[in-house]
Ligand binder design. Structure first.
Ligand SMILES: [Zn+2]
Ligand SMILES: [Zn+2]
Length: 829
């Protein structure tokens, strides 16, 4: 078998350096041409590329090559998301410096990507751990600090004990670290935040204005932002004039059903409400217990809701009833006011808690028949609600808010689930935060002319305790930029998601030294027209990048509101029912595949096996099939190269019927492949169409034909093969380029325009057929010339204008005069 294979190794090794030396995929700004910015999410340099990389980069490469052939000026860059923890862990495990480990990995992975034949503009390669890169985000950090968009505060944070660092909420999945899967704990820590909440409304609003994004991703972002409208109002504390608990609710209409209220255990008012030393001790014990839980656990619907009843009581201002006050784990200080009114009739969480603590339940919305045993959150008519009775939920909400406002008790409020983005990491391998602490001046940002604050290389990375930077005296001890006195540098580094929030802008002018990017270049290339990456980034990277772009816009640096116009979220690569991973032992190494079957086969299979948004199930037979297909194309073209080169041009006007049908197949294939690429990136069906063309080519070649038709035949075979290679080249660039040159074409196939279907070739000859019922004309049919009688008969009987004449009659006979007439003869039933 292997001896039959086409020489993919030699071909791939031949064309890659030719493309590189011609700088064929280099992009330069050219305002006279339409641009297309095609971008795949850049990789973390973990060591080797995997099949997931092959898949996503193959998708991007097809688009980039296709768009170039369509006349677009295409930017298709590649770079490295090079900061991050694995480099530090490697340093701890193997004693190699994170920088050395990272740059070695980059070199190896770059060579792998080049072996895949991806059409990147390597002149624009960006590496985020380069001081020339992170210098600019340090500058933006200072600008954000000046505008209050970056701030420092002590807060309770998610802490991964194994990574020994803070995690943002977005980086905690089901109570576990997104990267290492350890259980996340909570800590109080000083840290830096980016004020993403200031952009919550705009981020949400634009979710409706990005039709090129998958609805699934937009829904995840909307839920993450979690906007809710409601009211905030005071519950006076019974017997304590002047003291009140402020609550937030999205259901002010249910206030008459409030039978208790709950404060977050860490709510500062709790200390004022508690006076008795025994109660204070119990509260402290309860707080300590809750502190051990993460936010995620506290909010999880299936976790037990634990509460502690305070001796103080509050007054429901709607019903004037005195109600108990609790502290409970399921109420968080960071959301709303840190206190809630509890309405067990209409909130399941409150219901569960009320049942558990024997508290009364008042229903304030009429239930549908048969409803019992749980809270009702649906719509209905208000009951047990005083002045709100008889209203719908929506009308009652408005009336309750108006009532609160009129009495000066409360206000309408909007709340968000979204929190500010905590960006401090207590780790070494990241961009230093450019601020200092001076005894005299306090916190002072580094002077712009002193940027970048370079990450020192001479560190001991133990993985223990605080940031390793704290141990580097030459880094920590510095001069205050304001008074010149002694000062200490901040020893945290920035979350690596800061680097990936703007790399697409750096690609626009990667060597520019006058700023983050050159304005004209960014204005020409931005926004990214098509972004491609995994669904796992639906709320992390994609939300941060949108926010950061809006910040840069408000700083006057970019004009775009959004970074990515189109988004394609590709599925995973799975094998034997699980995602490919080392621990499961089901990994296919791209290097092995390139060596045994070639890069073009690897690309073809990964594009053919599934539509891009679906998971791709790895299948060795499928890979073999892809390889066989390319061999078949190779053998045919090489064997016929001389004949095909000598073939005359086709003269479409004078084709035989057989020739016309074959030429129609060629042009229908162009149309199908183009539609599949442009439409919804269904490369799998595009490839099937190309495979069908190859079958048709063989059939046409093998069919007997008289000698006088030899020229027509040669001309059509030539047209078919040229078309085949043009359609195949974005998918399998090496073999297509080689066969294109075998056919005697001087120029690169990638310098050719994408083929256009010839409308005349697509047209089918048609004829109008009259339909009679019992000798009277009732309708007309358009059918293709040569249509079979039974087909014409079936169409005539199904015709909408004929059917009424057949009801209550029996069809006794149908006469077809080909190309002219159908007569339906009926008789009484
Ligand atoms: Zn971790
Ligand atoms: Zn100072």
């Amino acid at each position: 078998m292997s001896s039959d294979r086409y020489p993919f190794g030699a071909i791939e090794a031949k064309w890659q350096p030719i493309w590189e030396s011609r700088r064929q995929f280099r992009a330069t700004e050219d305002p006279s041409r339409p641009k297309f910015y095609c971008l795949e999410m850049f990789p973390y340099p973990s060591g080797r590329i995997h099949m997931g990389h092959v898949r996503v980069y193959a998708i991007g490469d097809v688009l980039a090559r296709y768009k170039r052939m369509r006349g677009f000026n295409v930017l298709h860059p590649m770079g490295w998301d090079a900061f991050g923890l694995p480099a530090e862990n490697a340093a701890i495990e193997h004693g190699v410096h994170p920088a050395v480990w990272t740059y070695e990995n980059i070199d190896y992975m770059r060579s792998q990507l080049k072996k895949m034949g991806f059409s990147y503009d390597w002149d624009r390669e960006v590496t985020t751990c380069d001081p020339g890169y992170y210098k600019w985000e340090q500058l933006i950090f200072i600008r954000m600090l000046e505008r209050g968009l970056a701030y420092r505060k002590r807060s309770r944070v998610n802490w991964c004990p194994s990574c020994r660092t803070v995690l943002a909420n977005e980086q905690v999945e089901a109570g576990r670290c997104w990267r290492c899967d350890s259980e996340v704990t909570q800590r109080e820590i000083d840290g830096w935040f980016f004020k993403i909440t200031k952009y919550a409304d705009e981020l949400l609003e634009w979710c409706e204005r990005l039709p090129g994004w998958p609805e699934r991703v937009m829904t995840m972002q909307r839920n993450w932002i979690g906007r809710s409208e409601g009211a905030e109002f005071d519950l006076p504390v019974a017997g304590r004039p002047g003291l009140a608990v402020r609550v937030f609710t999205t259901r002010p209409d249910t206030a008459f059903g409030m039978t208790y209220a709950v404060l977050a255990p860490e709510h500062p008012l709790v200390d004022e409400l508690v006076s008795d030393p025994a109660e204070r001790a119990a509260v402290e014990a309860f707080r300590a217990e809750v502190l051990r839980e993460t936010e995620i656990e506290r909010l999880a619907a299936d976790r037990p809701k634990r509460g502690f009843r305070l001796s103080a009581r509050a007054v429901n201002p709607f019903s004037h009833a005195e109600i108990p006050l609790f502290i409970a784990n399921y109420v968080l200080m960071g959301y709303g006011t840190g206190a809630i009114m509890a309405v067990p009739g209409e909130d399941q969480r409150d219901w569960d808690f009320a049942v558990q603590h024997g508290l009364p339940i008042i229903e304030t919305v009429a239930r549908p028949p048969g409803w019992s045993g749980q809270a009702y959150t649906g719509d209905g008519i208000k009951i047990n609600s005083g002045f709100l009775d008889g209203l719908t939920v929506a009308a009652a909400k408005r009336k309750a808010i108006d009532w609160l406002v009129a009495r000066g008790l409360g206000d309408a409020r909007v709340n968000y689930r979204l929190r500010d983005w905590g960006i401090s990491r207590q780790r070494y391998w990241g961009a230093p935060i450019p601020v200092l602490y001076c005894d005299r001046c306090g916190m002072v940002p580094e002077k712009e002319e002193n940027l970048p604050v370079v990450l020192p290389r001479d560190v001991q990375i133990s993985g223990q305790g605080a940031s390793p930077l704290a141990e580097v005296a030459s880094f920590v001890n510095a001069r205050c930029p304001r008074c010149g006195g002694p000062a200490r540098r901040d020893t945290d580094t920035m979350d690596t998601f800061v680097e990936s929030s703007w790399y697409f802008l750096r690609y626009c002018s990667p060597r520019y030294e006058g700023g983050m990017f050159e304005r004209e270049a960014a204005e020409y290339w931005m926004p990214v027209d098509q972004y491609i990456g995994g669904i796992e980034h639906a709320v992390l990277h994609l939300l941060y990048a949108r926010f950061y772009t809006k910040v840069l816009r408000d700083l006057g640096l970019v004009k775009v509101d959004e970074p990515f116009i189109g988004l394609l979220s590709q599925g995973m690569v799975i094998k034997d029912g699980a995602k490919m991973s080392k621990s499961k032992g089901n990994v296919v190494d791209p290097d092995d595949l390139i060596r045994t079957l070639g890069a073009d086969t690897a690309r073809l299979f990964s594009l053919f096996a599934a539509p891009p948004e679906k998971d791709l199930d790895w299948n060795d037979h499928g890979v073999e099939g892809a390889s066989r297909f390319l061999n078949r194309v190779w053998r045919y073209v090489v064997a016929r190269a001389e004949e095909l080169q000598a073939a005359p041009r086709p003269s479409p006007g004078a084709l035989s019927e057989q020739g016309r049908a074959f030429r129609r197949t060629i042009h229908e294939t162009i149309e199908r492949v183009t539609t599949d690429i442009e439409g919804d990136f269904h490369f799998n069906t595009a490839i099937s169409a190309i495979m069908e063309l190859v079958n048709a080519l063989h059939a046409f070649d093998a069919a007997p034909a008289p000698p006088r038709m030899r020229d027509e035949r040669q001309a059509l075979l030539r047209e078919a093969v040229d078309t085949l290679l043009l359609l195949l080249c974005p998918f399998c660039p090496h073999i297509a380029e080689e066969l294109w040159s075998v056919l005697g074409h001087g120029e690169s196939i990638f310098a050719q325009p994408w083929p256009e279907p010839d409308r005349a070739a697509l047209a089918r000859d048609e004829v109008t057929v009259v339909i009679q019922v019992d000798g009277k004309v009732r309708s007309r049919l358009t059918v293709e010339v040569g249509a079979r009688d039974d087909r014409v008969k079936a169409l005539a009987l199904a015709d909408a204008r004929v059917k009424p004449w057949l009801t209550s009659r029996r069809v006794s006979r149908v006469v077809v005069v080909p190309g002219r007439l159908v007569n339906i003869v009926t008789s009484a039933t």
